[in-house]
Write a protein of this length. Sequence first.
Length: 121
Amino acid sequence: MDYLTWKIVHVAGMLLLFAALGGIAALRQAGQPAQARRLYTALHGVALLVLLAAGFGALATLGLHSPASWPAWVWIKLVVWLLLGAGLAVLGRAGRRAGLVLVGLVLLGVVAAWAALAKPA
């Protein structure tokens, strides 16, 4: 696939990830049991896989095959991906503060967007 296709799939994964995190946060704030969050938890996992696969696909089209050749922005995005993955566990324990946790997770997404657009060395 070409770079633009990988980018579109990556953005779709991002949208799915934040939809899942928002759903989990809303249900957590409403005091719903873990059973009610099952769909959003599954979507969170699928979104993380889509983001990872599309991200690496895009890197391959840019010729960045080896971690030794990755610039700083790639590492920043990988760390953010790990933190967004852990965000599910943090939201699960947040209770009524899930909205605040969600704001923090969105800010992590902003950091990832900055890294992708500014591409710091």
